[in-house]
Design a protein around this ligand. Structure first.
Ligand code: ZN
Length: 412
């Protein structure tokens, strides 16, 4: 997806404002001798920025406006170091709500709906975003915040909530409680909107089965407004990202080269009208691809990204090919004989990179046959042949938290 004329003008305005400020990116532009953006080539020459740059600007170094114009701040979690503070102007707050209201509209939510909001309120951008969009749309907000399952269920029944917004894991927990207590007939939920965490097909299906709701995925990150910059529509597959607020690129995480539509890589975002903290070519480290072609909903001005399949930090490079665990998962899922567990070990043998792939099956199939089929399908889809090792069902380690599945032993 090429940047269009309007977007170029918007980026040019943002770049000029940054050049005039004390912002780190303005300084970087001045050092690179960049004075404006007039063409696609100019845009492509703009440097990327990283979360690390944002951290260094703590506390208010990301602001590109005078203090009196800032009406609110949000902050991304500080679990991995200094938090990032994002200042918002009145317009930023309004724009974010407008984007969120559009998300609801794409999900078919109307002013008749009652939206039970379970993401947290406060410094992070979840609850308040869901709420502002809901109020702008004219639906009824039920601002529960997280936790307290008893009360959530009581309000869901008494208030007859029609839309639930939650993380996938909290939605699953509520779904299981509703099922266990036989409450399905007493609730009126018809839609679920989730965000902020990647949920596998199995979890998704489990929630949909238990609640019989339509399932929507919202996209966003604190650094770029928050959740609400995109959502999947009722027809298609993939999330539309609002091209009047954000320009989307997919790059090769290794080389920084922009990839053609359809190819998987890292999402890079440029804000187009943000005042408080504009970001140019911000590397999200989220992995996805732009879905090529038209969406049946007709909103082709807003490009679609596929489900986020992980972080670029998980990428492996083998024989010059970028490989993501999600690709391997997808292939393994096409074999009903295999469990969903696997383990990848990369090593350097006889001057060559080798991938050993451990998969599990029960004793009832021909292991040699299965081994060959798995290797062939990976070769066909990704372009190299792994050494497939089949092991007894239950042999691979499982963990309640995040199971480590990739071991790179090449440089140890
Ligand atoms: Zn669509």
């Amino acid at each position: 997806m090429q940047i269009n004329e309007i977007q170029l003008k918007q980026v040019d305005t943002q770049v000029k404002r940054l050049l005039d400020s004390n912002h780190f990116y303005g300084k970087r532009l001045r050092e690179a001798g960049i004075t404006g953006v007039g063409s696609v080539e100019d845009f492509r020459a703009l440097p990327f920025c990283e979360k690390e740059d944002l951290r260094e600007a703590y506390p208010l170094g990301l602001s590109a406006v005078p203090d009196r114009e800032i009406v609110r701040i949000h902050s991304s979690s500080g679990t991995t170091g200094t938090p990032v503070i994002i200042p918002y102007t009145r317009r930023d707050v309004d724009d974010w709500a407008a984007q969120f209201a559009r998300c609801y509209e794409y999900a078919g939510v109307t002013s008749e709906d009652r939206i039970q909001i379970t993401p947290g309120y406060g410094l992070w951008t979840a609850g308040i975003g869901f709420q502002a969009g809901c109020e702008l749309l004219g639906a009824m907000a039920i601002p529960m915040g997280p936790g307290n399952t008893e009360k959530q269920l009581q309000f869901m029944i008494d208030m007859q909530s029609t839309v639930l917004t939650a993380t996938a894991s909290y939605a699953l927990l509520l779904a299981e409680e509703i099922e266990k207590r036989g409450l399905r007939d007493r609730i009126r939920l018809r839609k679920l909107i989730t965000g902020s965490e990647r949920a596998g097909e199995k979890i998704r299906k489990r929630i949909i089965d238990a609640l019989s709701v339509e399932y929507y995925d919202i996209y966003g990150l604190t650094e770029v407004y928050g959740p609400g910059i995109g959502i999947n529509c009722q027809h298609g597959h993939g999330m539309h990202v609002w091209s009047d607020y954000v320009f989307l690129e997919i790059i090769d995480p290794d080389t920084g080269e922009v990839l053609p539509d359809g190819e998987r890589g890292e999402i890079v975002l440029t804000t187009l009208v943000k005042e408080g903290a504009p970001l140019i070519r911000f590397r999200t480290h989220d992995l996805s691809r732009i879905i090529p072609g038209d969406c049946p909903c007709g909103h082709n001005e807003h490009p679609r990204i596929d489900t986020i399949t992980g972080r670029s930090d998980d990428m492996m490079k083998i024989h010059g090919v970028n490989v993501f665990p999600a690709q391997i998962e997808e292939i393994l899922a096409s074999f009903p004989e295999l469990s969903s567990e696997y383990q990848i070990r990369l090593s350097h043998l006889d001057g060559r990179d080798t991938m050993r792939l451990y998969v599990e099956t029960n004793g009832s199939v021909d292991w040699e046959d299965l081994r060959r089929h798995v290797a062939r399908r990976i070769r066909h889809r990704i372009g190299f042949t792994p050494l497939v090792k089949i092991v007894e069902l239950g042999l691979l380690p499982r963990s309640e938290k995040k199971t480590r599945r990739v071991f790179d032993e090449r440089y140890e």
